[in-house]
Design a binder for this molecule. Structure first.
Ligand SMILES: Nc1ncnc2c1ncn2[C@@H]1O[C@H](COP(=O)(O)OP(=O)(O)OP(=O)(O)O)[C@@H](O)[C@H]1O
Ligand SMILES: [Mg+2]
Length: 348
């Protein structure tokens, strides 16, 4: 095959690709390969361009055996580390010398790697979260069978702790299922009409006992007129339940949680009509280092306190997915010692 045909052929491959002949020089490379490796690589010895030992090894092996070889090429695109699957194949009768050359293609598998890393992290997190209460349960069962068998007081106390731990596992499984459901519906736009002020009023009412237990004052400020939007009322109730519950739990006793509703014809974030619901507490606040990661599954800013309060760390992850489904936005502002404001912006 003449050299210019080779270049045309390599240029048509829809991923980085290059050819190396038996003189170990690069005889053709497409523009994706030049973007990945370097410009002007044609004519250079391949090992001066591809310096990773496993890649050099694969190319050498392919040229030597006139067969095939596979490996990985690691890179960085400026924003993140990237991984490419490299396939080397020998082509007989191609190139100017010794009747053959090899073709190396670089398939970007970064997303696959990230997805499987996320899956591994997720399984590790879930197992860890379930194991903690399970270990406690097993410990208490052991104690109740042995040393505390006839101790009525201890038995009562242990059964209470066991109930709490079992509830915690139950909540965790419930949260995981609801996260799964929300995620699977994320692309389906909700169609029902929801009146927001009424929904917030009833959400606050159902949280009143929790607020009273924690000695927290609840209040609602909303416009006179009803605020209606297309939404899923159960899911929106869950959003505000999670946010207000956080305000009550982390805002501290003697504090207050204020809910404010404001609608506008032209919201700066949505570039159109939208409603903003703010959930404001005057608690200890959240350190700004935590803010970007707050909506990740199992992320806790103050993990000791969250666990003590029975939190699973899934509340805000669920909130984020529901708001995404409603094409809305979630904002957090917090100042240490002053309090936290979560703002939900929903298009009208
Ligand atoms: N209003 C708030 N003030 C201070 N910290 C907060 C507030 N809201 C959330 N946080 C922090 O963010 C973390 C994540 O909150 P999230 O609701 O996702 O989980 P959780 O409350 O720990 O558990 P869950 O809501 O599943 O019971 C919390 O653990 C807490 O550290
Ligand atoms: Mg929470």
């Amino acid at each position: 095959m003449p050299e210019n045909l080779l270049s045309e052929f390599v240029a048509a491959i829809p991923m980085p690709a290059l050819m190396v002949d038996q003189t170990e020089r690069i005889i053709a490379a497409n523009s994706d390969a030049k973007t990945l490796l370097a410009q002007n690589i044609e004519g250079r010895h391949f090992a001066t361009i591809l310096r990773q030992p496993q890649v050099i090894e694969a190319i050498e092996q392919c040229l030597r055996t006139k067969g095939s070889a596979k490996t990985r090429h690691l890179s960085n695109d400026g924003a993140q580390d990237t991984t490419f699957k490299v396939e080397c194949r020998y082509m007989n009768g191609v190139g100017a010398v010794c009747g053959g050359a090899m073709l190396a293609t670089f398939q970007d598998v970064t997303h696959l790697e990230q997805a499987s890393q996320m899956r591994r992290d997720f399984v590790a997190n879930v197992s860890h979260e379930l194991r903690t209460p399970l270990t406690a349960l097993m410990g208490f069962i052991e104690t109740l069978r042995g040393p505390a068998r006839d101790d009525v007081n201890a038995r009562e106390r242990f059964l209470q702790i066991m109930t709490d731990e079992a509830n915690r596992m139950n909540r965790l499984v419930g949260d995981l299922l609801s996260l799964n459901r929300v995620e699977s519906e994320e692309r389906v736009r909700p169609k029902a009409q929801v009146e927001l002020t009424g929904l917030l009023r009833s959400t606050l009412n159902s949280l009143r006992p929790l607020a009273e237990d924690g000695d927290v004052e609840l209040s609602l400020t909303a416009p006179e007129d009803p605020v209606s939007l297309a939404g899923d009322s159960d899911q929106l109730r869950q959003v505000f339940t999670n946010l207000i519950e956080n305000g009550i739990k982390y805002g501290g006793s003697g504090g207050s949680v204020e809910v404010r509703v404001m609608s506008s014809e032209r919201d700066s974030a949505m570039r159109g009509p939208a409603v903003r619901v703010q959930v404001i507490d005057r608690g200890p606040g959240i350190d700004s280092v935590h803010l970007p990661r707050l909506t990740e599954r199992f992320y806790r800013a103050d993990s000791h306190r969250s666990r003590q309060l029975g939190g699973t760390g899934l509340g805000l992850a669920i909130v984020k997915h529901i708001i995404n489904r409603h094409r809305g936005r979630l904002r957090v502002e917090s100042e240490l010692g002053k309090g936290t404001t979560f703002t939900v912006i929903l298009p009208l």
